[in-house]
Ligand binder design. Sequence first.
Ligand code: 0RA
Length: 644
Amino acid sequence: MNAQKKNDTQAASNYSAENIQVLEGLQAVRKRPGMYIGTTDVSGLHHLIWEIVDNSIDEAMAGFCKNIDVIIHKDGSCSVEDDGRGIPVDKVAKTGKSALETVLTVLHAGGKFGEGGGYKVSGGLHGVGSSVVNALSTVLVATVYRDGKVYEQTYKKGDPQGEVEVVGKSEKRGTKIHFTPDASIFESVVFDFTTVLNRLRQQAYLTKGVTIRISDEREESPRRYQFYFEGGIKSYVQHLNKNKEGISEIVYLEKDAPEGMIEVALQYTSTFNELVFTFANNIHTTEGGMHLTGFRSALTRTINAYARQFGFLKEKEDNLSAEDVREGLTAVISVKLGNPQFEGQTKSKLGNAEMRTAVENVFGETFTQYMEEHPQDAKAIFMKCALAARARLAARAARDTVIRKGALEGMTLPGKLADCTSRDPKNSELYLVEGDSAGGSAKQGRNREFQAILPLKGKILNVEQARMDKMLANNEIRALIIALGIGIGDVMDITKLRYDRVVIMTDADVDGAHIRTLLMTMFYRYLRPVIDGGHLFIAQPPLYKLTAGKKVEYVYLEDKKEAALKTFPDPSKVGIQRYKGLGEMNPEQLWETTLDPARRMMYKVNVDDAEDADRVFETLMGAEVLPRKKFIQSHAKKVKNLDI
Ligand code: 0RA
């Protein structure tokens, strides 16, 4: 209140157009936070950290900062400190305020001052700036170490609580931003340590030579991590492939081209999957773009040219396709350029056309040289790609058979499927049920108007290890694909999906978890649009049934058991039944607990982090039980509670 008064008095004497603009600017951010940080859920919350860290990373890329320390404090606030030059505290003529206050109160002011202060790259959604973080924080304290002094300024909801002041002496140099997210803006103000950790690790890979430390002081014994990667994205590829078998060395290049900095690292592995991550100015370009296009065409062209030159491809044989050279490829492409154009639906596609030719030329040259100098690796890569080409042809034949068969049989749905009567996908659900016995109960217990049941017997094929042709030979999977109606491979059409919700229903035991994982792996690898479109769910059968007299309560979560017991007049007289399998429930019970939209609990599967998912699936397919258990836990975090 006091501070507000003081500001008002000040305002009366020198209320400039600039002040009004600043005030309105930050007010707008508070009013419509989504416009500036995307969302106000946990993802938006973490954006605050990314914004602040991005600035320190910029300072590191400009060559002035070596260390970045991120702390999540006991009170839930976050501080980011770097040892860069320190944000200047002297006056900016245009705003009449210190540079520090300008950066923290004027939208988009980040990096716009101090021209000639070094190579500054800022991109896309990011770099909307510290002012946005300031506006969305109840308190933000900015500390600058420079000229032997310690400067400090405090803000509340973006509003400066006074001028920049000298609060001490120090020989240090750098900037510290300590902020407390505003709980009245965000759905949650609890930072997720793993999310922060993964992001900072990624940034450390992309910024060779910088040391990023992170600690979580909210816990009894604080967790501390430190990332420093001398090899940059080469270390990144090494990390991505740590559980895989490499069939080549890691090919790495870094070039300061006229179009910008280009860095590429790649390695072929014996897996069937492709893992390619692209970045422009350290921003993950999830939709790809020109740098990726250039990389892909150079990769295909180089492998084909090599194979022709050394007789691996005969005159009559076709070139390998871009599709064929993807299998087993792990690559990271990072470019840094002065004026990045971000396009696409989520502004995460690099549009600069000059980057296509630049990456194509630079990478093509390096990769050609690598293949010539490593004939054994070159041969292994070619053989791998040629095998993929043969598998592609076999898969096409198998797929055609499935489709033809479907057509011949008048597109008959699999016999095991108990379809629903509704033909409106919006109103239809498909339950994939483990085992014939539970499948039987589900068929009896369901609402046949909109709920279809497909029982799946035993462990379906482990798709992690298999190619599409093998997968399609599996009866269970073929039944599922025909039931979904969208086809598979390059003829897949998600608009033909026959059910708006596809629900995996398995037992709450290890076998159930395994089958669930196998199904999810298959959806992830081969039916991805089902996940991306938000159509895949996991049913959550109850863990307990509590009974006393006529009163019955079902408990779905372990930590809700006590609370549920308390709803009974005499908790000591409650009968507790623990459900082990779906088979223990009769059709009515199954309807009441797991099928009835009014009472059931289910989770929407939401795979937004391909890297994470890939790791998870790979871990799971191993024979070890511990990683599988871990998956089940981490998986619980990946799914979103659906409020129905
Ligand atoms: C531009 C000019 C100068 C410093 C910075 C930007 C700067 C910004 C941030 C944001 C977080 N950490 C930062 N560190 C530095 C000063 C140039 C000079 O002193 O000559």
